[in-house]
Design a protein around this ligand. Structure first.
Ligand code: FE2
Length: 306
């Protein structure tokens, strides 16, 4: 299909190509690489150059090996096709371009298929430090290098399994209100788990405590803050705490959890699923994150298809 004449630039909040796809209801899109402007490439270059020394100090070794394996260009927005060519033989994972938010169940189901929904827009060059929504720097420089690690990749797949388990154990509840209540609690527990591990997790390693969470690895300011600041409380991960801890966005995280290894993380996801089956996620502490109607709906609708 020919692209509209207005489709220039892939800047977050100003990307007609992406916005038009969303309006048409298209979730999966092509990367449309030729739409990146020089300003878009410049934003990637600035972000990459600035954070690289902090990766050397604060990123876990698995991430560093992932960066080397993917050979991300430091000065140009990466082409997902090239990233995927290097990634697929390692773990089977693939970055898939999407037009925006992927509702909860669909997102986790993608992980189960070893597909990672990936934002293709990049933040404006004058907003390097804070962006509430993900961009390609967060998704490809922060998440995708972790997908080169077999144990981490397998953990994400297990996490996708949990979404199916949530559907399976709630679909027979006949009272619609009770079903929605149970699912909301389970989704809240899963979201908190994901937030405090995949997005903001810390791990012990040869260099001491390092970051493996992508929210940290893609943030120049927060990466250092997470490891160095005396204001941050860092605790060995405990599942019962994690699933009951409110997850606030839009601020540097004041509380972070440390895992010993990705085998440890995998074991925690296993336990999360076991607890789900035992009903131990049915009454988690109220609070953030709020579970959007579209997220709940994605789980309810999945009952007919799984
Ligand atoms: Fe993320």
């Amino acid at each position: 299909m020919p692209r509209p004449a207005t489709a220039t630039g892939l800047t977050t909040g100003h990307a007609p190509f992406v916005e038009e796809a969303r309006t048409r209801g298209e979730l999966c899109i092509e990367q449309a690489y030729d739409l990146y402007t020089e300003e878009n490439h410049e934003a990637w270059k600035k972000l990459y150059e600035r954070i690289q020394p902090r990766w050397d100090r604060y990123a876990n070794d698995h991430f560093q090996r992932g960066i080397e394996a993917l050979k991300l260009a430091p000065d140009r927005v990466p082409r997902l096709a090239e990233v995927n060519r290097r990634l697929k033989p390692l773990t089977g994972f693939q970055a898939k371009a999407v037009s925006g938010y992927v509702p909860g169940f669909l997102f986790f189901d993608c992980l189960r298929r070893r597909e990672f929904p990936t934002t293709i827009t990049i933040r404006p060059a004058d907003r390097m430090d804070y962006l509430p929504e993900p961009d390609i720097f967060h998704d490809v420089a922060g998440h995708v290098p972790m997908h080169t690690d077999r144990a981490f990749a397998d953990t994400l797949v297990r996490f996708g399994d949990c979404a199916h388990t949530a559907v399976e154990i709630t679909e027979s509840i006949r009272d619609p209100q009770e079903r929605a209540r149970r699912l909301t609690n389970i989704i809240k527990a899963m979201s908190r788990f994901f937030w405090f591990t995949v997005e903001f997790g810390l791990m012990r390693g040869p260099k001491g405590v390092c970051a493996y969470g992508s929210g940290l690895l893609s943030s120049f300011g927060e990466l250092e803050h997470a490891i160095e600041s005396a204001e941050v409380q860092r605790y060995p991960v405990q599942l019962e705490w994690l699933i009951n801890q409110g997850a606030e966005i839009d601020l540097y995280q004041p509380l972070l959890f440390i895992v010993d290894s990705f085998d440890h993380l995998f074991e925690l996801v296993d336990r999360l699923e076991r607890w789900m089956r035992e009903g131990r996620l049915d009454n988690v502490a109220p609070g953030l994150p709020a579970i959007e109607e579209s997220t709940l709906r994605s789980f309810l609708d999945a009952a007919h298809t799984t």
